[in-house]
Design a protein around this ligand. Sequence first.
Ligand SMILES: [Zn+2]
Length: 376
Amino acid sequence: MRCELRCPRCGFVSDDHNMMRCPRCGSPLMFKCHEVRLDVNSGYASMWRYVNMMAVKPARVVSYGEGLTPLVKIGEVMSKLETRNPTGSYADRASSAVVSNIVRDIYRVRYESDFAYSMAFYARLAGSAISVVADPQSLDPYDVVEIASLGGSIEFDAAPDLYYENPLSVEGLKTIAFELAEAQPRAEAVYVPSSSGLLAISVAEGLDELVGSPPLEVVAVIVKGSPTPSMLGLSKSIRLAEIEPEEVVKSQVRLAKRGIYMKFLAASAYSYAAVEGNGIALITGSLRRSLQRKTKVGGTTMLRSMIISLLSRRGGLTAYSIWKEMSQYTLRGVYSALRSLELSGTVCARYTMEGSRKVKVYELCDGQAGEQNFNT
Ligand SMILES: [Zn+2]
């Protein structure tokens, strides 16, 4: 396998593998790899099992079990649940790749909702600080609160040194393609919600570079009326599809009735896949963390302290086994309490493999969680 860092727009090739943007045209650079073969490192219960297939090998791996997301049927649609990533979004794959490869005391990240939140999480995991550089006009006020709750700060007139669209994000996102290739699903297409188009292009490149990958067509789904993703013109193999916003909202409501809360953009691919059939919808982000804000009412404090007490005595338990010890609460309540304990840094999770299944195990944090030495 060999890789070069090149500009997908003008073809410029960079010898400096730390370069992020094309000096000639300003487009984000991407690694183009050749002769990539499926080569799984079973020592990782995360997307890092594909580390041997990535263009760059990090000196350290900052991981919280991102990737290896389940492929399940929701209604009639085969769905890949990126919502199961640590912060509830596919962006965790990008953040983990960025923070593992770039070691900084402070990451100054250009605001992009899910990526900024995810970067705040991974920066903290690495013991670094994050500052999100935002335009106050385009900032979701909830994001400010959530980024701050992870120790991040917001700046309005600084220059960012990191953008979501960068070569390392693409390397992280290509692992979605590797997982699809390993799963060998019976499908003809993968439907990808698209705004900038970086996710669709990463999945398409990952499939394209991998020798023997399944013949999946990558379909970038946009909501009718929104601008055409700027990066999609850079890949010939991606088909662009439009869905009516009314259809997306209908899907969102139908799914919410079943307890599945998708973000609008995430629901667009699902909605389109439901019409087209025979494809896989990437479910990129959930509303879970927004909903979680409303669940912090009386009773959950008690549940959280019971969980802390149990973990201090027994450690290393799955959510299910925790719930069995406190069955006066619902399993969903236990998950929600664990999630808020995770986000506050009290409880840390690690992943182990049980057969071919990724299992999440909770314990109290010892300050070093999440960082693994690449050589071990
Ligand atoms: Zn260029």
